[in-house]
Design a protein around this ligand. Structure first.
Ligand code: ATP
Length: 344
């Protein structure tokens, strides 16, 4: 039976999971749409994995309800939910071949052998492991094992696929490659993917939307651009990238209001020309310069004890040029539209 498009794939209604005094998840409300690539992002201990485990059915809320395509699954065991999980350590069966690992879900369901072979081939093709069926997991690289785990989890066409730090065990280059591939696979199969990560860059690269977790609560849900450009709280502004937070008197001088705002370092320019009316203009003194090859990070004091981080790309400059800026008076400017007021 197909669902009306408005039915969310996952819905959390006031969901809490407390372990005695510890509020691992606390009164969380959340909707994940059908077909979304959705990230649960947050620091260690913020409650992401507990949320994932409750969707999978490995754990139950102490209060509140979880719906899967409109059905209350809060108290259903894992095997009665049409969801599957890919674990960070892949949890492949070492004694089985790749083909047998991928076929496992079909074997359990006693699907006919010929059908099994056909579907395993399709899955291995999807994850670009055609021809690897007879290998053992020990004969594969980390990235290839990850793909086998993905194929095994997708073969039964779950409605929702849960991924717990799926790329955490891979080195940076392979991780970046798998980020692109994982997204492409998700688009092809059209299944709702929910993944847990503490890596903000990974969440921004792969997701349609991100929920940012802190201390068992969701601070903000939005597209990567919304989260980055319009962080709702100081926590989000600080956790997702680097941000300058300005408040009080100095904020009032810049915007006319004492309300705290955030401005991203790459939006601020060091300039010598007079800015136009839609630009903010400030005087400052360069206190520190860090040359980082691709770009340079400046720390500019705009008032006693108030510093802003400014990042400029090194388009023409050399390290000698930028380092000589230390101690100099500069003008800072940024577009007024790039100011983002915090809600909390
Ligand atoms: P990580 O990225 O480190 O996995 P996380 O954001 O996924 O962190 P959770 O694993 O959901 O965080 O844990 C949230 C909080 O709940 C932590 O303080 C953790 O210690 C606590 N917690 C989780 N499981 C249990 C448990 N079974 N018993 C007691 N406390 C728990």
């Amino acid at each position: 039976m197909s669902n009306p498009p408005s039915t969310p794939a996952i819905k959390f209604e006031e969901v809490s999971r407390h372990f005695g005094e510890i509020k691992a998840v606390d009164q969380v409300n959340l909707e994940v749409n059908d077909g979304e690539f959705f990230a649960m992002l947050g620091p260690s201990g913020s409650g992401k994995t507990t949320c994932l485990r409750m969707i999978a059915g490995f754990d139950k809320p102490t209060s509140g309800s979880i719906y899967l395509y409109g059905q209350d699954v809060s108290n259903l065991p894992p095997y009665d939910r049409n969801v599957n999980t890919v674990f960070q350590d892949y949890a492949l069966f070492p004694h089985m071949t790749v083909g047998e690992n991928v076929a496992y879900g079909l074997m359990i369901k006693k699907v006919a052998k010929a059908e099994q072979t056909k579907r395993v081939d399709e899955m291995l093709e999807l994850v670009q492991l055609k021809g690897f069926a007879s290998r053992k997991p020990s004969q594969l690289s980390g990235g290839q094992r990850q793909r086998v785990a993905l194929a095994r989890a997708l073969i039964n066409h779950p409605k929702v696929l849960l991924l717990d730090e799926p790329l955490g065990a891979l080195d940076l280059k392979l991780r970046q490659q798998m980020q692109v591939e994982l997204k492409a696979i998700q688009k092809r199969v059209g299944i709702t993917f929910i993944f847990v990560t503490h890596d903000q860059e990974e969440a921004i690269t792969m997701s349609d939307r991100i929920a940012v977790f802190s201390q068992g609560k969701i601070e903000q849900v939005g597209s990567p651009a919304e989260i980055y450009e319009r962080p709702a709280s100081a926590f989000v502004a600080g956790f997702v990238g680097t941000s300058n937070l300005v408040s009080g008197e100095i904020a009032k001088r810049i915007t006319g209001s004492e309300k705290t705002f955030s401005i991203r370092p790459e939006k601020i320019h060091l300039t010598t020309t007079s800015p136009s009316a839609d630009m903010v203009s400030l005087d400052g003194v360069v206190r520190d310069v860090v040359y980082l090859g691709l770009y340079t990070r400046y720390l500019v004091e705009i008032e006693d004890g108030v510093d802003l981080v400014v990042i400029e790309q090194n388009l023409k400059t050399t390290s000698m040029d930028v380092l000589s800026a230390k101690g100099q008076k500069v003008k800072l400017s940024w577009h007024k539209d790039h100011i983002s007021y915090l809600e909390a």
